[in-house]
Structure formats: structure tokens, C-alpha cells
Design a binder for this molecule. Structure first.
Ligand code: NOJ
Ligand code: CA
Length: 695
């Protein structure tokens, strides 16, 4: 066997440790690589297989030989362009193991582990080597072998959508059949990451990935008997089961295991961001976190339409749009957009999103049509130049909308022209969307081909100094560190589901921070004040309402971190409650500090954040369907400084179902020795601003 012969010294287990977290790497008796993770005396992951299978049958899923390993200690700090805290510590011990596969002429593979105080990240690295240039990953054999039947917060493993409500069950009870019978052509035990777990012995564990680039997203197949979770990569559209086409040297994304003995520590973890590369943008001064309003909710509540004409099946090319009859309820008309610009300007909101401004909406979504939008042709009643002039005069910017209708090759052909059009017309932010089956080949939204499209779009927009918010894209994995113009994603079940579906249960927003938000900010679109939706369209919205109290909508601006936050309701809804709207007007979207004061997934969450560059604090507290009393000690405030606390609370008798709009605003002077007791209604919440009292 020569140089590949296993020697007694090199097969002994190797470790990396930091504080309570201990990572063990070992080759099993059969030569298969395994890892295990402990947190103090508790087992997080029992010995679990690692491996990559290649399409040529000579990957790294057979017996391997350990040829060496080394560790490295890193402790450094960095400052995000925007974020929840000003400075982030990146402290870990790295272990690199070098493996060879005798059966494939000694092909080499490294596995790199980083052990942090709050968990572990690891990835496979295929070094440049003779005889291995291009290769196809057929499967990844990464296991997360759980020691017990934990409680899990999961959504089904749909390769094209994350827009599901969470189920809370034991791992043994994972069964997606009743939830996604139609969409999911997959085993009933496949779930998505971030997967949140809680053990009976008090550990909070989150499984996800970091830096998803040039690779498909990882799903998890659940063995409901052994509690072993196995990686499942999203296949491509060829039907051969191929997952990723790569060229050495290349590496996979990081597989992440965040672990803590309390729930707030999971939310405070920066492990996923730390595993992403620093910003690749040469200059970031043009990037600005922001709030926005938009011609948007009025379409979702059936008061206006995206499309201009009622005619269907029009051809994009050759249509004389000016000859079409306006359907009378097209939302994106110049006068209506001006109304939103006026409201934004009056309330210091910098952005106005306009959907339905461009031709193509008569014939979009799920028609398997390649040419649908061109992204540069407005409807006749949307005056781009006039709106550019009007918005600039008011210090507001219109936010572009690029619904691609999932026709991705069409979008890619037109992206250069579309971004030039934006620059020429004063737009510096775009919301993209991928509704429907991906055209032309039916790739999955979460496969390698689309992952590359999203990253490419982040790069292309950055080159034009454009900020981007992607809907229906793969769930984030911390890439906003690398591309800070990528402000947010949807990639979960947003507030819009409350407009036209069975809605989101009141616990939904207490789970999202532990799941979807672990990878990055979400464009959740909070701020709905007109909670009963019949009022907008009695015929079509009968009995529909958002599953919240009004005060809880305010709290979401703090509990759901994002540098991009919509005030999603209509100006006429806000004008009825300007006293409550004051909180939305005041609340920042960029922070110097964040403290998670109380949290339990599925039950409650209380977060307080310090405004960027100011001694102002904002608190959000939310509960599930149960009412709660939340005591809050104000010891985060600067000692010796007095603050005016404005408390936006659920009103007397408030209840998400029966009395959602009752709220009460009170003021009191407080300091760091004070405390508050917040009363949260069933499905409710509270928001508080703390502003220094100037003596
Ligand atoms: C789905 C997006 O999530 C929503 O925000 C948008 O309004 C529609 N698609 C239309 O593009
Ligand atoms: Ca609950």
C-alpha cells in the first residue's frame, strides 16, 4: 500500500475544542470517516458518517485513510456593513483532516472543521490534484446522528418552496404527508433546514448550512426510528440524480450545528455569518438599510390588480399596450404611486415598492412561457419619468420589482438592460421574484443551477450599485456578509399568507427566528394595521384576517431582524392610527447592539436593540396564541441616563382572533434600574421605544 498504508498513530481519533464544544473526528473500523459533537457532558451528535459520492463511482464514500491533520486557533473581530451588532467576534479552533482513497489511486479529500463556543461548522474540500479536474457529486453522505428523540420545529422538504407553517413534533413523529401531499413528491420524512431541535436534557440545537455557493441546498432525511438525519442534496433536472457539477479545487458549503443550553444564545449566534467570507464589494458606502411602503398589499387584499388589462394570453412582442382597455383597478398607476410617495415622504420612509408597473402580468406564472416580462416596458398609466422626478423632489426612491415568473433564462438575457434602465431612472433597489416552475428546464428553486443564479444576481446588482431582495429564492445561508447589497430574502411563509390562505398561526413569528432567520434577514412585510380584511373587499375577503394583534405587528420590527422592513399596509390604514404608526416611523433598521431577553421557540420572544450611532433602544415582545406577562429589567440602558419609554401595548380585551385592533399607548420616564411588566394578549405583543430625556 506504500504511502497510503494506515498507521496506528494516524487512525486515532482527533479533536478540536472550544469552551464546552468538543468535536471528534475518527475513521470507523471500516475506514469510513465519522465525526461526533459534545457540549460539556452532553452528546449533541453521536458518531455520524461523512462522505461524498461521485458520479464516476470513485468518490469519498468508501474506506479512506487518514494521512494527517492539523489545528489552528483563530480569534479576531470584524464589523458588518449593517447588522444586529456593531462588532462580531470570530473565535474558533480549526481542525483540518487530510484523507486519501486508496481505491481511487489515492484521490485526496480534506474535511475542515471549525469549532466555536456555540457550535461547529464543517465542509468537504476537494484539493487540486492530478487525475481529478471535473467531477459530479451524485450524493453527499453527511449524517447528524441525534442521541435521542428531540422536539423538532420543521417544514416539509419541498425543493421549490419554504412557504409552510411549522409543525412541532418529536423527531419520531416527522410526517409531512398531511401537509404537502400535492407539492411534495418526496418521502414523508424529508425536512428543510434550518431545523430547530430541543433535547429533553435542555440543549437547543440548530442544523443548517453556511455559504451556499455553486452547490445545491441541503435537505435532511429523517430516520424516525434511529433519529439519524441524513443530508439530501437537491437534484438537477436531468433525471440522473446528479446534484452538483464541480471542478477541483472546490469545496462544499459549511454544514452548521449551533448548540447552546438556552434559547436566546441560539438567536445571538454569529456562527453562520462567521463561516461566510468577508464582503467582496470594493465599496459599500452606497448600501443603505431602509424601510419602505408599497403598492403591494392592496393587490394581495384584492383591492387592486398587478395587471393593467383584463385580457389574458397576450403576446408580449407586438402588443399595442396603449390600445388595451384599462381594467380600472390597476394598482401601479402614476396617481396612486404618488399617494404612496407622499405618505413615505411625510413619515421619513425612504422607499416605495411598486409591483405591477411593467407589461406581462396578464400572462404570468405557471404558463411555462419563456418570454413573459422584459423589465423595461411600463404600462401606459405608469409614467416612469414623471415618478422619477416626483419621488426625487420628495427625497424618496421608488423600488423596482422584477417578477421573473420563474423564466430565469429570459431574466438572465435581460438583466444588463434591466439594471441599466433602473440606473437611468433613479432606482437603487430591486425586489426579484421566481413564482412558478423554473423555466426552461424545470430545475428546482433550491438546486445548484438556481443557487448560481441567485449569487450571480447578487454580484450583477452589486456591480450596478443596486440593493436586492429576493422572493422565492433558496433560504439564506449568511451570504449577506459577502454581498451586503443582498439585503433580504423571502424564502419562508411571509405575512402575505394571512391575506389569502389559511394564514400563519400566532406562534409562527416565534419560530421563524429559530429557523429561517438563522441564515439571514427576511422580508416578512410586517405592519398590518387593518387586521380584518373584509373591509378592503367584502366579496372576496370574507372572514379573512391577519393572525395578530396590532401591537404585535409593531413588535415584529424588532423581533424579526432585517435591514429591509416594509410598512406593508395601505396609507389609508395607517392614517387611521398615526399614533401607533409613530413606532414604525421611529424604529431603525440598523443596530449597534442586540440582546435577546427571553425566548422559547413556538412560545415567545423578547428582543431589545440599540439604534446605530444613537443611545436609543427599541424593544419587541411577542407571544403565541397564549397570553403572557413578560417582565423586563431595563438594565441594558446606559446607567445614569433617563429615557422616555413609549409603550405600545395590546389594549384591554385584545385578542388576535376576537379583538385584534385594541391597543394602548402609554409613556413613562425610566432608567437602567427600572423594570416593566408587559401584558401580551393571546396572539399579541408589545413594542417600546426608549429615547433619552435631554436635561
Ligand atoms: C410572491 C411574492 O412573495 C409577493 O411579494 C409578490 O407580490 C408576488 N409574488 C408577485 O410577484
Ligand atoms: Ca406554543
Amino acid at each position: 500500500m506504500g504511502e497510503f498504508g494506515a498507521s496506528a498513530q494516524t487512525t486515532a481519533p482527533v479533536h478540536a475544542r472550544l469552551d464546552k464544544v468538543d468535536l471528534t473526528f475518527a475513521l470507523g473500523p471500516d475506514g469510513h470517516p465519522t465525526y461526533a459533537v459534545a457540549y460539556g457532558a452532553k452528546t449533541v451528535v453521536e458518531p455520524s458518517r461523512l462522505g461524498l459520492a461521485f458520479a464516476d463511482g470513485r468518490g469519498f464514500d468508501g474506506p479512506l485513510v487518514l494521512v494527517g491533520s492539523e489545528t489552528q486557533d483563530v480569534d479576531e473581530s470584524w464589523q458588518p456593513v449593517w447588522g444586529e451588532v456593531k462588532t462580531i467576534r470570530n473565535h474558533y479552533q480549526q481542525l483540518t483532516v487530510h484523507l486519501r482513497q486508496p481505491a481511487a489511486n489515492g484521490r485526496r479529500l480534506d474535511v475542515v472543521f471549525r469549532v466555536f463556543a456555540d457550535g461547529v461548522g464543517f465542509r468537504y474540500e476537494v484539493p487540486a490534484q492530478p487525475g481529478l479536474a471535473y467531477f459530479t457529486v451524485q450524493d453527499e453522505h453527511t449524517e447528524f446522528n441525534l442521541p435521542a428523540n428531540h422536539k423538532a420545529f420543521w417544514i416539509p422538504g419541498d425543493y421549490d418552496s419554504n412557504e409552510y407553517a411549522y409543525t412541532t413534533s418529536r423527531v419520531s413523529e416527522v410526517n409531512t404527508t398531511p401537509i404537502a401531499a400535492i407539492q411534495q413528491k418526496a418521502p414523508a420524512t424529508r425536512v428543510q433546514t434550518p431545523l430547530m431541535l430541543k433535547s429533553d436534557d435542555g440543549l437547543y440545537i440548530n442544523l443548517h448550512e453556511a455559504a451556499l455557493v455553486n452547490y445545491p441546498a441541503m435537505f435532511l432525511n429523517v430516520n424516525t426510528h434511529t433519529f439519524c438525519l441524513t443530508s439530501q442534496l437537491v437534484p438537477d433536472a436531468t433525471g440522473t440524480g446528479a446534484k452538483a457539477y464541480l471542478q477541483a479545487p472546490e469545496h462544499t458549503p459549511w454544514r452548521t450545528i449551533v448548540v447552546a443550553d438556552n434559547a436566546p444564545a441560539v438567536l445571538a449566534s454569529k456562527l453562520i455569518l462567521n463561516l461566510n467570507e468577508p464582503s467582496k464589494l470594493p465599496d459599500t458606502g452606497w448600501i443603505h438599510p431602509q424601510k419602505f411602503v408599497g403598492v403591494w398589499w392592496e393587490m394581495h387584499v384584492n383591492r387592486a390588480s398587478w395587471n393593467y388589462a383584463d385580457t389574458s394570453n397576450l403576446k408580449l412582442a407586438g402588443t399595442n399596450w396603449n390600445a388595451l382597455k384599462n381594467n380600472g383597478h390597476h394598482g401601479a398607476n402614476t396617481a396612486n404611486v404618488k399617494r404612496y410617495i407622499d405618505f413615505a415622504a411625510a413619515h421619513h420612509i425612504p422607499g416605495v415598492l411598486v409591483e405591477g408597473w411593467n407589461v406581462g402580468w396578464e400572462d404570468w406564472a405557471n404558463n411555462w412561457k419563456e418570454e413573459v416580462f422584459d423589465f423595461v416596458t411600463p404600462y401606459p398609466d405608469f409614467d416612469v419619468d414623471e415618478l422619477q422626478r416626483y419621488a426625487a423632489g420628495k427625497g424618496v426612491k421608488v423600488i423596482m420589482h422584477h417578477e421573473t415568473s420563474a423564466s430565469v433564462t429570459n431574466y438572465e438575457r435581460r438583466q444588463d438592460a434591466a439594471y441599466r434602465f433602473m440606473r437611468d431612472h433613479g432606482y437603487d433597489a430591486v425586489k426579484t421574484g421566481y413564482v412558478g416552475r423554473i423555466i426552461p428546464r424545470g430545475e428546482h428553486h433550491d438546486g445548484q443551477w438556481m443557487v448560481n443564479h441567485y449569487v450571480h444576481t447578487a454580484q450583477l446588482t452589486a456591480a450596478s450599485h443596486i440593493m436586492v431582495d429576493m422572493h422565492e429564492a433558496v433560504r439564506p445561508t449568511g451570504l449577506h456578509r459577502t454581498y451586503p447589497n443582498w439585503l433580504a430574502n423571502e424564502a419562508a411563509r411571509g405575512n402575505e399568507f394571512n391575506a389569502w390562505s389559511s394564514g400563519n398561526p400566532p406562534e409562527h413569528e416565534t419560530i421563524l427566528p429559530f429557523t429561517r432567520l438563522m441564515g439571514g434577514p427576511m422580508d416578512y412585510t410586517p405592519g398590518i394595521f387593518q387586521i380584518k380584511l373584509d373591509d378592503w373587499n367584502p366579496a372576496r375577503n370574507q372572514g379573512k384576517q391577519v393572525h395578530t394583534t396590532l401591537a404585535k405587528q409593531l413588535a415584529l420590527y424588532v423581533t424579526m431582524y432585517s435591514p429591509l422592513q416594509m410598512a406593508a399596509d395601505l396609507p389609508e390604514a395607517y392614517n387611521q392610527h398615526l399614533d401607533a404608526f409613530q413606532f414604525i416611523e421611529d424604529v431603525p433598521v440598523d443596530w449597534d447592539d442586540t440582546r435577546i431577553l427571553a425566548a422559547e421557540p413556538g412560545d415567545y420572544l423578547t428582543t431589545v436593540r440599540k439604534a446605530k450611532g444613537k443611545d436609543e433602544w427599541y424593544l419587541g415582545s411577542i407571544t403565541d396564541e397564549n397570553s403572557r406577562q413578560q417582565p423586563v429589567s431595563l438594565n441594558f440602558l446606559t446607567p445614569g441616563q433617563r429615557y422616555e419609554a413609549t409603550i405600545y401595548a395590546d389594549g384591554k380585551g385584545a385578542d388576535w382572533l376576537k379583538n385584534p385592533m385594541a391597543y394602548r399607548i402609554t409613556r413613562q420616564v425610566v432608567d437602567s434600574r427600572s423594570s416593566l411588566t408587559l401584558q401580551l394578549a393571546p396572539g399579541g405583543g408589545a413594542a417600546v421605544s426608549f429615547k433619552p430625556v435631554i436635561k
